[in-house]
Design a protein around this ligand. Structure first.
Ligand SMILES: Nc1ncnc2c1ncn2[C@@H]1O[C@H](COP(=O)(O)OP(=O)(O)OP(=O)(O)O)[C@@H](O)[C@H]1O
Ligand SMILES: Cc1cn([C@H]2C[C@H](O)[C@@H](COP(=O)(O)O)O2)c(=O)[nH]c1=O
Length: 210
């Protein structure tokens, strides 16, 4: 069986974690091996980099380099081996987050991010690793802020203002327009059960879930 790589994107508090848990169960019920992972993170080294990126002040280029360094380790140690063994990899954020947060939120150079993407995700000449499906949980920033209120101590990104998250959302829309076959936008501003129905329907339509 061939591997399946699904990434989950959206602004902080958009509802990704809630539905990734349900998808782990749905794929396991189908008899698939599932690797649930996240970015930045997913390996001991990448989790160490995550702590720095989420909690230490740094300039946008340093931030971009660290998330791509973490990604490289994650791809080599976890994602590629799992896909080679036919697993379903459910990844809470991947490279679209770098375009959204560093490119959109921080206004860091989009072309440099595209170069880093090519370097870090190279598989063979002319081929770069990308998710098979990316589910973008689209939620207005003011609704996400209400959902996250009091939920936990906010990290460096969660404490950003609504205009920052509006730029993040615009950057997701730009990434979606450049990869319409890979991206699926889900309206996250509805009851969790309805969000789940939409995700389920999309993955059934794509032939990856029964
Ligand atoms: N459809 C929904 N309606 C109302 N509240 C929701 C919905 N989905 C999730 N929530 C709640 O919103 C909060 C954020 O959800 P969740 O942690 O799943 O988001 P996330 O996208 O994983 O966030 P982050 O990227 O910051 O980790 C949680 O308290 C969760 O219970
Ligand atoms: C992969 C990636 C992530 N980020 C940011 C986005 C979020 O604010 C945090 C991760 O927190 P979560 O609770 O696990 O969603 O990191 C980023 O800025 N750039 C990236 O490439």
């Amino acid at each position: 069986m061939s591997g399946l790589f699904i990434s989950f994107e959206g602004i902080d508090g958009a509802g990704k974690s809630t539905h990734i848990n349900a998808l782990v169960e749905a794929f396991e019920t189908m008899g698939r091996n599932v690797v649930r992972t996240r970015e930045p993170g997913g390996t001991p080294l990448a989790e160490t980099l995550r702590e720095l990126v989420l909690n230490k002040a740094m300039d946008p280029m340093t931030e971009a380099l660290l998330v791509f360094a973490a990604r490289r380790d994650h791809i080599v140690q976890v994602i590629q081996p799992a896909l080679s063994q036919g697993a379903v990899v459910l990844c809470d954020r991947f490279t679209d987050s770098s375009f959204a947060y560093q490119g959109g939120g921080r206004s860091f150079d989009w072309n440099v991010l595209e170069s880093l993407e090519r370097w870090v995700q190279v598989q063979s000449i002319g081929s770069i690793l990308q998710p098979d499906v990316t589910i973008w949980f689209d939620l207005p920033s003011n609704v996400a802020a209400i959902r996250l209120q009091g939920a936990r101590v906010p990290d460096k990104f969660e404490s950003q203002s609504e205009p920052f998250f509006d730029r993040v959302a615009q950057a997701y829309a730009k990434r979606m327009s450049s990869a319409p076959d890979r991206f699926v936008r889900v309206n996250s501003n509805q009851a969790a059960a309805d969000v789940w129905s939409d995700i389920h329907a999309v993955l059934v339509a794509k032939g990856v879930l029964v």
